[in-house]
Design a protein around this ligand. Structure first.
Ligand SMILES: [Zn+2]
Length: 167
């Protein structure tokens, strides 16, 4: 397992999701992300945001509490989307090992904010945000898939590009 801090490591940009200051990731997954990056045009950069998070660490406990609050808020905002709670608020493997990662896209030096309100961004706002950069987003996701990553099936998770490395 590699520990990567905010900044750039071997050409891969890293911006750990608050309140974390580092991303833990399996070495082979890191190398795969470098391969994905090498296949992208120079105007497009991957941004690694989240990897392995130990359940019993302070960060894990923080995530657990924010998840609990988040579920309450989400169900209040979107009562018809309760079936998505597991997909959106589940740990999606982040507490299992470092082969489950979230990545973002930086286009011409600017991070694409596809979820301005995080997972509380409505599906229609997500879609209109994505429309503007659809070609880039599809290209990045396609390249990730070519390199052995599986993109999460839930729309919101797919917007924060949660993917699992499947070798
Ligand atoms: Zn994730």
């Amino acid at each position: 397992m590699l520990i990567i801090f905010k900044g750039e490591t071997q050409g891969l940009k890293v911006a750990p999701r608050w309140p974390s200051s580092k991303v833990l990731i399996e070495k082979n997954v890191f190398l795969k992300l470098l391969e994905v990056q090498s296949k992208l045009p120079s105007s497009v950069k991957l941004l690694l945001v989240r990897g392995y998070e130990n359940k019993s660490s302070r960060l894990g406990v923080f995530r657990h509490i924010s998840r609990w609050l988040g579920i309450k808020l989400f169900c209040t905002c979107y009562p018809s989307r309760k079936s998505e709670v597991g997909d959106i608020f589940g740990s999606n493997g982040h507490d299992v090992d470092g082969s489950h990662v979230d990545v973002s896209i930086v286009l011409n030096g600017k991070r694409l904010r596809l979820l301005p309100l995080g997972v509380f961004t409505s599906l229609s706002l997500q879609q209109s945000r994505a429309e503007e950069h659809l070609a880039v987003i599809e290209y990045v996701k396609g390249t990730l898939e070519q390199c052995g990553f599986i993109i999460h099936h839930n729309q919101t998770e797919s917007m924060q590009i949660h993917c699992d490395f499947n070798g």
